[in-house]
Design a protein around this ligand. Structure first.
Ligand SMILES: O=C(O)C1=C[C@@H](OP(=O)(O)O)[C@@H](O)[C@H](O)C1
Ligand SMILES: C=C(OP(=O)(O)O)C(=O)O
Length: 450
């Protein structure tokens, strides 16, 4: 059954009520990978010639990237009415006759990737219609790196916040040093720009590199687009020769692991042993995917992993875990949600970068979870959870803080609240997983607009 009223949550302050749900069952269709949709479509937009992208993710972040690719001069159109195949006529090199303005929505990765490439345009101004979220996120280190390469910029405040205007001025390649401590997206942005610069780029990363799998995903996509590069084993030095051309090709999107994580956490938190979800299109050998499934197995989750299919069963008591969260940074909120119902203590550490996401995913998430009655302690770079396998009382209203991942985590907690839970700001789910609440309902969770 399709639950239309939950499928497209438009407006401001959309409220949803969730009731206690002992069982969740079904074979939901997963969204396509956000990380690879952004990278494949961008590589296609930069190639000279026509690329086909099969099953790109349909979300606000994808729309923001499509707008950005058009601003760089690419043409994008859907081949089919269902919008599953995207034809991309690439530009070779970003080009625009006049100054352009681009609304990047709430998409951090889109903003950072296009800040790099935008430096190639004569003038571009980045704006957001999410000033409370993306508008507060820092871009300073990337802007400083671009200015050492000859770009000039104007940004809001000392941390380089939106709106940002970039001018190409005397852009050149060469050597650049950048901190990797706050976001890997800065490094991915330089990597996408590097092959287009006549001199190429030698990137030195200082202060350690967080979220490394994302830089490896960027390198994988550059390789698929026939870009040459070299790097040290620890990714602290990367070298990309200049005057290279992205090659047009076909790209096929796999399923999205962070979205799968939300469904896995929901299923393993359900108390009825008949709870079962079958998830497809989960590519094995994915660094984030493998680390994520290992974290669930360490909690005692019942998972059958067979090629691209993962079958999850609920109804067992989970165990507290210690998880290094850096490699699976976007999945931490829903892992924390599941840990709220595990036996004993869980510690999610090495997650300091969660402070710089759509919300402060350490302090804001813990504040909302405490309001519901969960026993969680926020630290500078960790979250400590003491689980309640018997569930919690709930019966309160909590807010998603403009953050899709907080909404998913709070919805899972709602399923274990004896008095249910009301969520506010649910329209923000459309950033990555617009159909999330409709799918929960289809899988048997009592979800309704409130
Ligand atoms: O490169 C990417 O596609 C992303 C990198 C990560 O950000 P950080 O590198 O800032 O941790 C992640 O949180 C984000 O959702 C997507
Ligand atoms: C942090 C996220 O996205 P971004 O940084 O691209 O806004 C996310 O999707 O969880």
């Amino acid at each position: 059954m399709v639950h239309e009223e939950l499928r497209s949550l438009v407006g401001t302050d959309v409220r949803i009520a969730i009731e206690e749900a002992p069982r969740i069952q079904g074979k939901p269709e997963l969204p396509s990978s956000k990380y690879f949709t952004l990278r494949y479509v961008l590589a296609a937009a930069l190639a000279k010639g026509t690329s086909m992208v099969y099953y790109p993710a349909q979300s606000d972040d994808s729309e923001a990237l499509f707008r950005g690719c058009r601003a760089l001069g690419a043409q994008l159109d859907w081949v089919d009415a269902e919008e599953t195949i995207l034809r991309v006529q690439g530009v070779g090199y970003p080009q625009a006759a006049d100054a352009v303005t681009l609304n990047v929505g709430n998409a951090g990765a889109v903003l950072r990737l296009l800040l790099g490439l935008g430096a190639y345009l004569p003038e571009i101004t980045f704006i957001t219609d999410h000033p409370q979220s993306l508008g507060k996120r820092p871009n300073r280190e990337l802007l400083e790196a671009l200015s050492t390469l000859g770009a000039t910029y104007q940004a809001e405040g000392a941390e380089g916040c939106l709106p940002i205007t970039l001018r190409r001025s005397a852009l050149h390649g060469g050597k650049v040093r950048i901190s990797g401590a706050r976001s890997s997206q800065y490094i991915s942005a330089l990597l996408f720009l590097a092959p287009l610069l006549p001199e190429g780029l030698e990137i030195e990363i200082i202060d350690g590199l967080k979220s490394q799998p994302f830089v490896r995903s960027t390198l994988q996509v550059l390789h698929e687009a026939s870009i040459q590069f070299e790097h040290s084993a620890d990714l602290s030095h990367l070298s990309v020769p200049g005057k290279q051309q992205y090659q047009a090709r076909e790209y096929i999107l796999p399923g999205d692991y962070p979205s799968a994580a939300a469904l896995i956490s929901a299923c393993i938190s359900a108390t009825d042993p008949a709870s079962e979800l079958v998830l497809n299109r989960l590519k094995p050998g994915d660094e984030i995917g493998d680390a994520l499934l290992a974290a669930y197995q360490a909690m005692g989750a019942q998972l059958d992993i067979a090629s691209e299919q993962v079958t999850v069963r609920g109804g067992t008591t989970l165990q507290g875990v210690r998880v290094d969260g850096d490699r699976i940074i976007d999945c931490i909120p829903v892992l924390v949600a599941a840990a709220c119902f595990a036996q004993g203590e869980s510690v999610f550490y090495n997650i300091e970068t969660l402070h710089y996401k759509e919300s402060d995913r350490i302090d804001d998430l813990c504040a909302e979870l405490r309001r519901v009655g969960c026993d969680v302690t926020p630290q500078r770079d960790a979250i400590i959870v003491r689980g309640s396998p018997q569930g919690i009382e709930g019966g309160v209203t909590v807010d998603g803080h403009n953050d899709h991942r907080l909404l998913m985590a709070l919805a899972i907690v709602g399923m274990r609240c004896h008095q249910g839970l009301a969520l506010t700001g649910c329209e923000h789910i459309s950033k990555s997983y617009p159909q999330f609440f409709a799918q929960l309902k289809e899988l048997g969770v009592p979800v309704r607009l409130a």
